[in-house]
Design a protein around this ligand. Structure first.
Ligand code: HEC
Length: 181
């Protein structure tokens, strides 16, 4: 158990205790070490995935031209979505009104959503990273993380995130804009 791990868990516990729904206590399940789910033997370096996603301003492209109003991410008055350049076209092709659409993103695809508060300040980001085959087969093998300031409050196979994004399973759990409307 590394010091970093303890730090992240402590932060996650402290923050989730007061601000998130009950489900989030399972958010760090990936790293709890106690699970012996054979389907979940593929792992990711959480720290590395989050660190590389946090370099989004240089590695990703902006997928929305203007700040969008987020209807479901409670801490955000408005949001900007960034994504891997190779995924941009596919992301923009998502038609929230077409439930028959079926598409999936390449492994390694990253999405970062910036959340701004009502004053226009960056409150934090959420991250989706398409992991290797077998990482989380029931949820498109996506890795999820939420960062507020410099604190990683959630990281890994986060049910709280994937449960809601499941509404967009036809587009590989990626919502696009307008779907919540
Ligand atoms: C209550 C439902 C809900 C929950 C919970 C939720 N999301 Fe989302 N997410 C959405 C919706 C709706 C969008 C579309 C943009 C918007 O309205 O903000 C979205 C968009 C995103 C995007 C941009 C890519 C896309 O799918 O269009 C990322 C990245 C993201 N969410 C990450 C997360 C992470 C990480 C978590 C958990 C910490 C999470 N979300 C939890 C509903 C949810």
């Amino acid at each position: 158990m590394t010091l970093q791990y303890i730090k992240i868990v402590t932060v996650a516990v402290a923050l989730t205790a007061c601000s998130e729904p009950e489900r989030s206590e399972r958010a760090m399940g990936e790293e709890s070490g106690g699970e012996s789910d054979s389907e979940r033997d593929v792992d990711l370096d959480t720290e590395e995935v989050v660190a590389s996603a946090m370099a989004y301003e240089s590695s990703l492209v902006r997928l929305s031209d203007a700040e969008e109003t987020s209807e479901t991410h409670a801490d955000a008055a408005s949001v900007f979505v960034w994504g891997s350049p190779e995924a941009a076209e596919l992301y923009r092709s998502i038609n929230p009104d077409d439930p028959t659409q079926a598409l999936s993103f390449a492994r390694g695809t990253t999405f970062v959503k910036e959340h701004f508060d009502e004053a226009g300040d960056l409150a934090g980001v959420t991250i989706m990273y398409k992991g290797p085959e077998g990482y989380d087969p029931e949820h498109g093998d996506w890795f999820w993380a939420r960062v507020r300031g410099i604190e990683v409050t959630h990281a890994g196979r986060v049910d709280w995130c994937s449960d809601c994004h499941d509404a967009a399973h036809n587009t590989d759990f990626v919502v696009g804009f307008g779907k919540s409307g």
